[in-house]
Each structure stands twice: as C-alpha cells, then as structure tokens.
Design a protein. Structure first.
Length: 344
C-alpha cells in the first residue's frame, strides 16, 4: 500500500478500513502542553472552560507536525452557566450550576447560530487545513445542561422537575442542530461532540432514561450531520454504545482505560464503529517513553488489526503531561503501526 495523506489515513479508519498505518489523532490539546512541547516562550492562561480553539491554523499545524498527528482540531463550545473555582495554578473549573428554576432559563444567551460571522473563523481554519484531517470539536446538549444545572440538581430534577430539564435540553440541542448543519457545509472532515454521560462504573442515569430523554435529541442532530460523527464521553458507556451506533455515530472516544476494555469493545463492534483511544494518561504524565512505547505496541497489536482504529491519548493532551512521553506515541506508531499488522 502506498503512503496515504494524513486525511486519507484518518478517513479510512473512520470508515472501518485499514489505512497504510494506524492514524494518530487528538481531540483536544491544552495550550500549556503545546507551549512546553514546542518551546514557545509564553505562559498561557489555563482555563478548563475555554469556549474557543486554543490555536490559530498555523499553530495547529505546528503542533500536529511536532507530535506526529494526522489531524488538527478547531474547538467551539457554547457557554455554560455555572459558578467556577480556580486552583493554585490558575485553572478554572465548574462548580454549582446557575439554572435552578424555569425563571433562570432567561440567563441563557447563546451566540446566534444563524449568523454567517459566527462561522467565519471556523471556515478559514478548515479551508487552510492542508493535508491534515480537520476535526470540529464542540459540546453536545447534555453536558452543558448538566454543567449549567449542576449534576446533582440535574439528577434530582429528573424526578422533581422534568419540565426544566426538557426545556434546557431543547435550548442547547436546538442550538447544536443549527451549528451541526452549518459546520458540515465547511471543509471539516469529522464532527466531534463531547457529551459525557458516564462515571467509571456506568451511566450517570439509567439506560432507559438516556434512551427516552437524550437519544431523540441525538437523532435530530444526526439528521444535520453529513460527515463522520465522533462521540466523546469519559467513563463506562457500554450500555449506551448500541444507541449511539443506532443514531449514526461513526466513532467513540476515548474508551476510557479503567472504565472499559478497549480490546473487548473492538471485538464486539468491529465493522460497526471506529474506536479511538486510549493511551494511559498516567503513563503520559508520570511514566517513561519506554513504558509509553510498550503501551502503544499493545494497542496496535490487539486493537488495530482489521482497521477501524485511531490511536489517541486516553482523554486529551493536558498541561501536566510530559512531552517526551507524548512524543513516544508517534515514534511507536512509526515503529509498529504499518499495515498489515503482524505483531506478537
């Protein structure tokens, strides 16, 4: 097989095929990590609630070239309405939600998704992607609703005030329907939606509630998505995977280590779903390059055969990860990841 472009390699995997080698992608990269890895002379502000992409198109290409990635990503997330707290290093995290009653819904003020100027930056980013696969990354409707209400209040309201939840979901998912349709008209190659709905032990609420309350919204979004749809959720989403496949999701990320067995997931859903994941963040943050190489070797050996697999970190490239350990991922792929896979 001749060498593929970055984009061709990723698209082959997303379509369940074997490319020339295993693709390596990331759905998110912290600017602090990128500055450390590339030697940028800056001290970026750390904000876990940032709504827009951390990199210009030129910077995104620099980062991907340095790390050996096959993709670049553009991030645009809708506002959430929550109290925040700041840790000792300046990271901003969500606290309690601000939406407690129907009257609080008046606080929500989302950018107008019908205005062309809302998409101008994303359009420029995608049209200048070169031969990289360009991923558009956003939140869905469930995650911002839960953040804006607070997870505890959201779950209690499933029983005490279902109407409030339904109204809030309608607002966020309605916004996302418009955005998804417009984004898919640009030159992006994958629509990536982060909508966490699970803990390590299982879903945050029953599969029946998920099917009744959330899946119909995903179906409406699916009608607007015309490029491969990658779904991100941490935790054990095993009981939700069939529902995600049924609404048209092409890939799941990151099949979190410690919550799910990526080898079992690949065996069960081969040919139905592209698997993205899941190099251990513990190794990337506190291990050695040799340990990372061993981890990647095992993933390539056990998950890559047959195609439909994209290596990623076990979540994202956070600021605390060690650049030499992250660089070991692409080095190991170059060493072991050429198809056909024949490792023992």
């Amino acid at each position: 097989m001749g060498a593929m472009s970055h984009r061709e390699r990723v698209m082959a995997a997303l379509n369940g095929k074997e490319p020339d080698r295993v693709p390596y992608c990331e759905l998110a990269i912290d600017r602090v990590f990128a500055a450390n890895a590339l030697g940028w002379n800056e001290k970026p502000y750390v904000n876990a609630l940032a709504q827009n992409t951390p990199f210009s198109i030129e910077e995104a290409k620099q980062v991907s070239k340095r790390l050996g990635l096959d993709n670049i990503f553009y991030l645009r997330r809708q506002p959430v309405y929550t109290d925040t707290f700041t840790d000792d290093e300046g990271r901003i995290f969500p606290g309690g939600g601000s939406i407690k009653t129907e009257d609080d819904l008046a606080l929500i003020d989302l950018p107008d998704p019908h205005k062309d100027e809302f998409y101008a930056e994303a359009e420029s980013f995608a049209s200048n992607k070169g031969d990289y696969a360009a991923f558009f990354l956003t939140r869905g409707g469930l995650a911002p609703a839960m953040l804006s209400m607070g997870i505890d209040h959201f779950c209690i309201s499933l029983y005490d005030n279902r109407k409030l939840i339904e109204q809030l979901l309608d607002i966020y998912f309605g916004w996302m329907e418009v955005v998804a349709e417009r984004i898919c008209q640009l030159d992006f190659d994958a629509f990536c939606m982060a909508d966490d709905f699970a803990f390590n032990t299982g879903m945050m609420f029953s599969p029946a509630t998920f099917k009744e309350l959330i899946v119909p919204h995903y179906r409406r979004i699916a009608e607007k998505i015309s490029i491969p749809w990658i779904f991100h959720s941490d935790g054990n989403i095993q009981k939700g995977i069939e529902m995600l496949i049924d609404v048209g999701v092409a890939g799941v990320h990151p099949v979190e280590k410690g919550a799910m067995d990526i080898r079992s997931v690949k065996k069960t859903y081969a040919g139905k779903l592209c698997i993205l994941g899941n190099v251990d963040l513990v190794l990337l943050g506190s291990g050695t390059p040799e340990e990372v190489e061993k981890e990647v070797l095992g993933l390539i050996r056990d998950v890559a055969p047959g195609g439909g697999y994209i290596i990623t970190s076990g979540n994202s490239l956070a600021d605390y990860l060690k650049p030499d350990c992250v660089l070991a991922i692409s080095k190991a792929i170059d060493k072991y990841g050429n198809y056909p896979i024949s490792l023992t």
